[in-house]
Design a protein around this ligand. Structure first.
Ligand SMILES: [Zn+2]
Length: 85
């Protein structure tokens, strides 16, 4: 499930949109990172099930590193856009 269901800036519903229909905040980078992190997490599960623990750990660690910094960047961008208004 995508936890980004509402705009972080104005709380409008986002639905499937990457850009908020009300305030035009862009969440495309955050959503792309989350999709890639999810794919990596699935790869980690498969690797773990196949007994490739080192591969699983690397994929899982990359997923965490991928999603968190980009999400933090998106939040910082939203905060900056709010300060400009
Ligand atoms: Zn918005």
């Amino acid at each position: 499930m995508d936890p980004l269901t509402r705009c972080l800036a104005c709380h409008a519903r986002l639905g499937e949109a990457d850009v908020c229909p009300r305030c035009a905040s862009d969440f495309s980078i955050s959503r792309r990172a989350r999709r890639q992190a999810t794919a990596l997490a699935r790869m980690a599960v498969q690797a773990l099930a196949s007994g490739h623990h080192r591969q699983a750990a690397a994929a899982a660690a990359t997923a965490v590193q991928l999603a968190n910094p980009l999400l933090a960047q998106a939040v910082a961008r939203v905060i900056r856009s709010r300060e400009e208004k």
